[in-house]
Design a protein around this ligand. Structure first.
Ligand code: ARG
Length: 338
């Protein structure tokens, strides 16, 4: 099953068709942003409210493991690309059914890791910065995502004041290493994205002026090479009043562990078994948390805090060292912060 999701004839798609320069990425919006839905949880528990997200995904048409750039990748383990496509499509359809909007970028042959769209950049307030990858195998993805952002910002997909800022100069692996939670941008370093890239983000995206503070976190375990493999943003606190994350402390340096403890005293502490199936590589809409269904301990912990875990079967995409979050880039059009 390698059917490319078909673009709908939505107005914004038509605009994209008219304005985007070649090579033209396909925008496939689906689902209409509905009002936030809330569930009342048990006594004493915060209100978990789901807010519609705008997401960019890339189908695993050319996904395979043909090089090893992280400890999860093993050339001797075969990948079932059509199963990967089914698993990916199930996630995409689930997002749409839950009221999120999903755009799709054209996958490019020879770029098997493009499925990990979270590495494709960072978008805040409609400003998009394309990545600069550490490993030569992924470097061409920077231009592919950059041209999608360029087209999308001209087409109005990223909001009225959208701008494609350009490609990062420093090593920067997009949202894989930059997680926004309210007015904090949690930035990973140690394996991929450099500290200089955190500073560049601040400067080129005007984060300080926007009231966003960059927090640098040092990763120390090669299995958790991007911050989104060791930490999940669960709630930005805008509705519940409490910012909440889940994380694996030992994936961070002692100093960064202290920073996280101070910022998030009520955080969910992950079990190593859940992190080891990339259970922290999850997407939250404030109420639902989409993650690898094999992370059963994390699903229980989420339920206990009033979230609704949505377990996905993600065996194939895991073989490249990424899961649900890696396949999900948040497009935050201007006037939409989360
Ligand atoms: N094989 C890819 C790499 O090593 C996986 C990227 C996973 N993406 C993520 N956002 N953590 O670069």
């Amino acid at each position: 099953m390698t059917v490319m999701p078909v673009a709908t004839t939505d107005q914004s798609t038509d605009r994209l068709r008219r304005h985007v320069l070649k090579p033209m990425p396909v925008a496939s919006p689906g689902g209409t942003a509905s009002a936030a839905t809330a569930t009342l949880n048990g006594p004493g528990q915060p209100l978990r409210t789901s807010t519609p997200r705008t997401i960019l995904m890339c189908p695993p048409t050319f996904f395979d493991v043909v090089y090893e750039i992280n400890p999860w990748m093993d050339l001797s383990v075969p990948v079932d690309t059509s199963l990967a496509m089914q698993q990916w499509n199930t996630l995409r359809e689930r997002y749409l059914a839950d009221g999120h909007t999903v755009y799709v970028i054209h996958p490019e042959p020879g770029l098997p890791d493009m499925v990990y769209a979270a590495n494709g950049g960072l978008v805040i307030d409609g400003l998009a910065l394309a990545p600069r990858f550490t490993f030569p195998e992924r470097q061409a993805e920077g231009a592919a995502f950059g041209s999608w952002f360029d087209g999308a910002s001209r087409a109005g997909i990223l909001g009225d004041t959208a701008t494609y800022v350009g490609q990062a100069e420093e090593l920067n692996e997009g949202e894989g290493d930059t997680l926004l939670i309210g007015d904090l941008l949690l930035c990973g370093t140690g394996f991929r994205t450099s500290v200089a890239a955190h500073q560049e983000l601040d400067r080129r995206m005007g984060l300080t002026e926007r009231g966003i503070k960059v927090i640098t976190l040092e990763l120390v375990d090669p299995r958790y090479y991007h911050v989104d493999t060791a930490l999940t943003v669960l709630d930005d606190g805008s509705i519940s009043g409490e910012r909440l994350i889940a994380y694996l402390p030992e994936a961070f340096s002692a100093d960064s562990q202290k920073v996280l403890e101070e910022l998030f005293p009520n955080a969910i502490i992950a079990d190593p078994e859940d992190a080891a199936v990339l259970g922290l590589n999850a997407v939250s809409d404030g109420r639902r948390v989409y993650l690898n269904g094999a992370a059963t301990g994390m699903m229980d912990k989420l339920r206990a805090r009033g979230f609704e875990p949505v377990g996905m079967d993600f065996t194939e995409i895991l073989k490249g060292g990424g899961s649900v979050k890696c396949c999900t880039l948040f497009l935050r059009p201007s006037a939409q912060r989360n």
